[in-house]
Design a protein around this ligand. Structure first.
Ligand code: NAD
Ligand code: MN
Length: 495
């Protein structure tokens, strides 16, 4: 019998009202059931929101440094549980242990950053234009935060959202992706063990269309933070916009690495292998386009195909494997459909291009690292997010051509250039349309204390991580104190 996980609502661990469950399976061995989770409806969300609204009345008054101290304790607990969490995450999500350890570490880093932010939450003061009057501003809590997360970073993304939300004095209703609900539940357990009061955090498991949708349209949820596809992000934005909610959206990407003719090719190769095939290409920041200068194109493609073919695909719990499975059968089918589309569009398949089914890989949703060359900007494999281990290679004439091809894209999350030319490096920093640019590094590698997010259809202008996320989770209160003992009319009495 698989473990039955529960919702945490209003201070109690509870099953769904319906008594129904959904399965969480291991994408490397589909017959392995990781756990059963409550298939919740809208009534569970309503109770979670009511509890969060009630708990906010007291949580908002807890000094921010005290809220931060709880997060410090929680971070310490996560350090103790890091290996256990990484193993659970690999089982429910598939990516290799090195990466699930990294995902958990990003959670830990975010805990410690948020803990200290409890002593900052800076705001501005400014002089008054009047005498004997003082002007200042404070960051104040907003209310109930609705958090909706995807499956590809099961610990890091929930931490990016919930920890700033909590330290800023908000209460939380959290719905994790239904492919990775176990890691999310461990996060809630840790927060509670560290001393987050009942009602301040609530987790409701279930489908996006039911549970997620109710969080978005509930009148008592004041802000929504969503990471996921651009398609769902747009729906959420319209729905939440109708109620004037504050909304942060982190959406799709179609990120490119540029390799110039003066680059260190071995370094660029290591970068693209990690960027394109790490997490089986299922990162919002994955490298899915490789833009090569024509002078090094043929040589680099040869190096790339040889190396991609050698990447060992298999169960992420076995440390000899470098590339885990796709998250589920549907996602592997999408990857394979795009490979067929690429072939039909006239791109040249250089390696991979089919499921990996040797030995035990037949038990899961594995796909071979795939490289297409001869890709043009008109092709769908150049334009559309695939979210799998498929890399499209495009040849360009020079730097300007590379920038133009790079920017011919609906999305703008991460970008990368490999070059030894200092002038082209800085031009790239200025001209690549993306929220993130790496110089001589792959498109992946975010650090929790730096802003994370993208331009164009990747988002709606907010950032996670770093200092800006604390601005998203708080409102500004502006305060004027007049100690002149008289009515002083600004703009009037001083002119
Ligand atoms: P998804 O959009 O299908 O689902 C994301 C979450 O939204 C899940 O929890 C889902 O249950 C929920 N959801 C689905 N329909 C909903 C609805 N109508 N209302 C409210 N919630 C709903 O995305 P996914 O497949 O889980 O993740 C992959 C996508 O996420 C990719 O497009 C990827 O680029 C993107 N992503 C972006 C970032 C980023 O920071 N930019 C990070 C990771 C993933
Ligand atoms: Mn799973």
């Amino acid at each position: 019998m698989a473990k039955e996980y529960l919702n945490y609502i209003a201070g109690e661990w509870v099953p769904a009202d319906s008594g129904e469950w959904f399965e969480n399976r291991n994408p490397a061995h589909w017959d392995e059931l990781v756990g059963l989770f409550p298939k919740s409806g809208t009534a569970e969300v309503d109770r979670a929101v009511a509890a969060a609204k009630e708990a906010w009345k007291t949580w908002r008054l807890v000094p921010a440094p005290e809220r931060g101290a709880i997060l410090k304790t929680a971070g310490d607990i996560m350090v103790e549980r890091k290996e256990e969490i990484a193993t659970l995450m690999t089982r429910e999500m598939g990516k290799v242990l090195t990466e699930t350890r990294g995902d958990t570490q990003e959670g830990i880093d975010t805990f410690y950053y948020a803990a200290v932010e409890g002593r900052r939450l800076f705001s501005h003061t400014a002089p008054s234009e009047m005498r004997n009057k003082m002007n200042m501003s404070f960051r104040i809590p907003i209310g109930v935060a609705g958090l909706i997360t995807p499956w590809n970073f099961p610990m890091a993304i929930p931490c990016w959202k919930s920890l700033p939300a909590l330290v800023c004095g908000n209460t939380v209703v959290f719905k994790p992706a239904s492919d990775t609900p176990a890691t999310a539940t461990v996060l809630v357990e840790i927060l509670l063990e560290a001393g987050i009061p009942p009602g301040v955090i609530n987790i409701v498991h279930g489908g996006g269309g039911v549970v997620g949708n109710r969080i978005v349209n509930h009148p008592d949820v004041s802000l929504i933070s969503f990471t996921g596809s651009s398609e769902i992000g747009k729906q959420i934005n319209s729905l939440a916009g109708a109620d004037l909610k504050r909304v942060s959206l982190e959406l799709g990407g179609k990120n490119a690495q540029i390799v110039m003719d003066d680059a260190d090719l071995d370094l660029a190769l290591e970068g693209v292998l990690w960027g394109a095939f790490g997490t089986t290409g299922q990162r919002c920041t994955a490298t899915s386009r490789l833009i090569l200068h024509e002078k090094i194109h043929d040589k680099f493609v040869k190096m790339l195909v040889k190396a991609a073919d050698k990447l060992v695909v298999g169960d992420g719990l076995d440390e000899k494997n470098k590339v885990g499975p796709c998250i589920n059968e549907g996602q592997r089918n999408i990857v394979d459909e795009y490979v067929q589309i690429g072939k039909a569009e006239g791109a040249k398949l250089r390696c991979g291009g089919e499921p990996s089914t040797e030995g035990k890989n037949s038990e899961g949703w594995f796909y071979k690292p795939t490289v297409f060359t001869g890709v043009t900007p008109k092709m769908r494999i150049f334009k559309e997010e695939i979210f799998g281990p498929v890399l499209s290679v495009i040849k360009v004439k020079d730097f300007d051509d590379a920038v133009k091809v790079h920017n011919d894209c609906l999305y703008g999350l991460s970008s990368s250039i490999y070059t030894r030319d200092v002038n082209n490096s800085f031009r790239a920093i200025r001209d690549l349309e993306a929220g993130i640019t790496y110089v001589n590094g792959p498109t992946i590698g975010a650090e929790c204390h730096m802003p994370f997010g993208g331009v164009k259809q990747t988002g709606n202008g907010h950032r996670e991580g770093g200092w800006p996320v604390y601005e998203f989770y708080s409102e500004i209160k502006t305060v004027y104190v007049d100690y002149s003992g008289q009515l002083q009319r600004a703009q009037i009495d001083n002119y």
